[in-house]
Design a protein. Structure first.
Length: 405
């Protein structure tokens, strides 16, 4: 580019900023023969959006001129960056405040957790559009202020599908199915996502009949929806319902097989033994190939069974030899947990110190806890030393070692 115009310089600053290269953007800005308002606004926004708030405010204070775009850009960046006080200070200095600035400050206050402050700022707005209403509700959703979000949502003159879906989701995720249903019923338009969220919410709190009814009303199903439902039913304590749904699936990919295996692995007693039959069926049907997550579920089941740890090592070897899957740290952790549950502490210590993955605090804590239960003070001392070296600030190692003695 033999001769760059201002537009090209600004594009370079913008591109470097989007990549997070603030220093590179500043070098280009400093090299510009002439800097217009767009260049100043872009570099200020670049610093703010990448977390360099002090530098952004310093640059803003040295701008030769400012317009509403530059004021709003910095206020919005400060608000989204979790700096509501700085955003409010800047907002109060704006000579003329438009709806964008008001919306940004309302969002900043709402995201800070100040419900009443956000409501007051929203009430003070000279005019409000749909975006302003959405920003307020989204701020309350982000801080789990569900009652406030629902109250504002109920007063909205109009609602879009995205926000309504978020309201359904926040209620469903918190077990408030009746509130989620009410929000769902007033949605301007329902989509597969909102239907699935409601069905999953019902399943996760154990209301299997309601979940089945909602699921049956979903306009179209795909593998994602089927898998989400079977996982939710299992988490809600309806493993049998989950299995029935799994066997009704028209097609099963690896995600669905793994979701079902994970659900069974979490169960106890005779139910977990069905996992091995499911693994055999997965290989036989050939819809999907076992992967690392498949064996994670199998090893988890073997670990929780305790006495089945030798069976776990059998599947661990099969994973490597027959399926060519490299073992992950989670696989080793399952084996260590199983060895500890079955009182094979010497074998567990050997695995901890020889496996290719460096043992993390979770693995050492599992081992230390087993040493405390079974009174293995010598092994506990060795393990505590390793755990403390790994994470000196972690107090649990010291507590477990003390309790061992």
């Amino acid at each position: 580019m033999p001769e760059r115009n201002t537009l090209a310089w600004n594009a370079m600053i913008q591109g470097l900023s989007l990549k997070g290269d603030v220093l590179g953007a500043k070098e280009v800005f400093d090299a510009m023969p002439e800097r217009d308002l767009v260049a100043w606004t872009t570099i200020v926004t670049s610093y703010a959006q990448n977390g360099h708030f002090r530098e952004a405010i310093h640059l803003f204070s040295h701008m030769p001129e400012r317009d509403l775009v530059s004021w709003n850009a910095l206020i919005t960046a400060l608000a989204q960056g979790g700096r509501p006080d700085d955003a409010l200070t800047l907002f109060q200095l704006i000579p003329v405040k438009n709806i964008t600035a008001w919306s940004a400050i309302v969002g900043a206050i709402a995201h800070s957790g100040d419900v009443e402050g956000a409501k007051l700022a929203f009430s003070a707005m000279p005019t409000r559009d749909l975006a302003a209403w959405n920003i307020l509700v989204q701020g309350f959703i982000a801080t789990s202020a569900i009652e406030a979000a629902m109250e504002v949502f109920s007063r909205m003159p109009q609602r879009d599908t995205v926000l309504a879906t978020a309201i359904v989701a926040i209620n469903a995720e918190n077990g408030l199915l009746d509130e989620a249903t009410r929000a769902f019923e007033v949605m301007p338009q329902r989509n597969v996502v909102s239907w699935t969220i409601l069905a999953v919410g019902a399943a996760e709190i154990g209301r299997a009949a309601t979940a089945r009814e909602i699921f049956a009303r979903i306009p179209c199903w795909d593998a994602v929806i089927w898998t989400a439902m079977l996982g939710a039913l299992a988490r809600g304590g309806n493993l049998h319902e989950s299995e029935l749904l799994f066997h009704r699936m028209p097609e099963r990919d690896a995600v669905a097989w793994n979701a079902m295996m994970k659900a069974i692995a979490r169960s106890s007693g005779e139910e977990s033994s069905r996992l091995f039959d499911l693994y055999a069926a997965m290989n036989l049907e050939g819809d999907a190939n076992p992967d690392a997550l498949t064996f994670n579920a199998i090893l988890t089941a073997c670990s929780h069974a305790g006495r089945a740890i030798d069976r776990g090592f059998h599947y661990f070897a099969m994973m490597i030899a027959e399926h060519g899957i490299a073992p992950l740290a989670d696989h080793f952790q399952c084996l260590i947990d199983g060895l500890c549950r079955s009182t094979h502490l010497a074998r567990a210590y050997e695995l901890l110190t020889t496996m290719p993955h460096r043992a993390d605090m979770v693995s050492w804590t599992i081992f230390l806890a087993a040493c405390r239960v079974y009174g293995e003070t010598d092994l506990a001392a060795l393990a505590a030393r390793c755990a403390v070296e790994l994470s000196p600030e972690e107090s649990s190692s010291y507590v477990l070692l003390f309790n061992t003695y």
